[in-house]
Structures are given as C-alpha cells and as structure tokens.
Design a protein around this ligand. Structure first.
Ligand SMILES: C[S@@+](CC[C@H](N)C(=O)[O-])C[C@H]1O[C@@H](n2cnc3c(N)ncnc32)[C@H](O)[C@@H]1O
Length: 246
C-alpha cells in the first residue's frame, strides 16, 4: 500500500507571495515516503523516533504483522496521537539508551526531529543499537546551516517560536519545538555515520517559505538558494534525507 502524503500542516499556512521554483512543486514528503516504502515488509518491527502526535506510518498503512513503537521526549505529544497510533510507546530522549529497545527494530523512521536533538552523535549511537543487523534508518530533518536555522539559533526560543508559528501559519495542533541543529550538515553527518553502511545523505533546498512574510525577503532568499542549489553546496542545504543501514 502506498503511504499517503502527510503535510502535517492544518491548511492555515499563508499563500506563497512570490512564485517558487519548480523544486517546490514536488510533494514535500514524497522522497521520505518513497525511501520508507522501499524498505517496508510485513512482520517488521518499526521505531518512529520523535513521532509525537503524528506517526509517520498511519495504522492502516502498516503491513500485516507490523509492530509499531513511538518514541518521543514528550508524553503529551505521544498521547495526542490517540489510542490506536502505537502498539507501544517510549517516553525518552533519543540520545539516551533505552535497554528495552536494543536490537529490536528492522526499520527506524523519523520526520523532522533530528534537528531538535541536543546530541546528535549520541542519538545515532542509540538508533544503531536499536536496529537489528541490516536494519535501516530513514530520517528527514532540517539543515544546520540553512538560513532559517541560523536565524533560529540566534533568537531565543520564546521569541522565535511565535514568529515561526505566525510566518508558517501553524496552529496549536502543529506546535514549534526548540531546535539545536547539532552537526546537521552533510559532511558532519557522514563523519558521525562512519560505522554504518550504505549511508546516503541527500540534500534538499526548500526554505523559502520561512521568508514568506515579505516579497523582498523571499526574492532575495530565493536568489541565494538557487545559487547554492546550482553549486550543490551540500553543507548549506535546508534539509537532508538520510538513509543508513546498520
Ligand atoms: C517537529 S515535531 C515532529 C513530530 C512528528 N515526527 C511529525 O511528523 O509531526 C518534533 C518532535 O520531536 C520530539 N523530540 C524533540 N527532541 C527529541 C529527543 N531528543 N528525543 C525524542 N524526541 C524528541 C518532540 O517532542 C516532537 O514531538
């Protein structure tokens, strides 16, 4: 069964103020879903890291015999997913090893979480320990040298969060979380993942909507982003799709 697109928005995002390049027309989470679909098999044990209120694979999309475990720092976020969302859940930091999860999983998925983790190296060590040999990690997350990450890091969370909420049209059902972007660049990711096999770090360049508050800012930002995309400046990418095998 094909996984359905999950925009995770609530329909209240403001319309784009300037025309966006063709790369913005693609369905945003399609490469992430495609990477998961290539791995999905019946009977798998799947860990969704930072799943919160939105499990990546919805209950009716899971192949027969799947065991689906949600892991999140926040009990409140996990509970907001509803009673059918997970077979089990773990309230934990992905960077703190949970003995009961070691060696259990065929697949770990994670959507827009790893930029929120304070120690990404520790998180990779834990996720590798949670996978069975040959198990696969598929994660999409924001780049640490993207323009919005640099702004986000420069502004205290209590000031930045309401701004992101307004600019991106987020409702209370789609909250903003603190982000650290620890080593979230292509080069540093590959270094941290040296012990994994089949590591693929694919860069994306799609941050213009953070500048949607002004036509001038959007155009200036897009000129910059088009240039880094043309140069394939991977360390400056706005997002990464990571696939790696234990
Ligand atoms: C932007 S939300 C994404 C939620 C969900 N994956 C989705 O697709 O909507 C980030 C989630 O990561 C969780 N989170 C942040 N830091 C974490 C950590 N160190 N360990 C586990 N979960 C974390 C947050 O509580 C939140 O639920």
């Amino acid at each position: 069964m094909a996984l359905r697109p999950q925009t995770r928005g609530d329909g209240s995002a403001p319309p784009d103020r300037v025309p966006l390049p063709p790369r913005y027309q693609a369905v945003w989470d399609a490469p992430f879903r495609d990477a998961i679909e290539r791995t999905l098999r019946p009977g798998m044990a799947i860990l969704d890291v930072g799943s919160g209120r939105n499990p990546t694979i919805l209950p009716d999309e899971r192949p027969g015999g799947t065991t689906y475990v949600g892991l999140d720092l926040s009990r409140e976020e996990l509970e907001a997913a509803g009673p059918r969302a997970y077979d089990e859940h773990a309230v934990a930091d992905v960077g703190a090893l949970q003995d009961e999860l070691i060696g259990r999983f065929d697949l770990i998925v994670s959507w827009q979480v790893l930029e929120h983790v304070e120690d990404l190296g520790a998180a990779f060590v834990c996720m590798r320990a949670y996978l069975k040999p040959g198990g696969v990690l598929v994660a999409m997350f924001s780049g640490g040298r993207s323009a919005f990450a640099l702004v986000n890091r420069a502004i205290p969370f209590h000031i930045g969060a309401p701004i992101v909420k307004k600019v991106m049209g987020r409702s209370d059902r789609n909250p903003v979380f603190p982000a650290y972007y620890d080593r979230c660049t292509a080069g540093r990711l590959r270094t941290m993942l040296r012990e994994w096999t089949a590591v693929d770090v694919a860069p994306f360049y799609a941050g213009a909507r953070y500048f949607g508050f002004s036509k001038v800012a959007s155009r200036a930002y897009l000129a910059y982003e088009d240039a880094i995309e043309r140069r394939r400046a991977e360390d400056l990418a706005t997002h990464y799709l990571l696939t790696a095998t234990r």
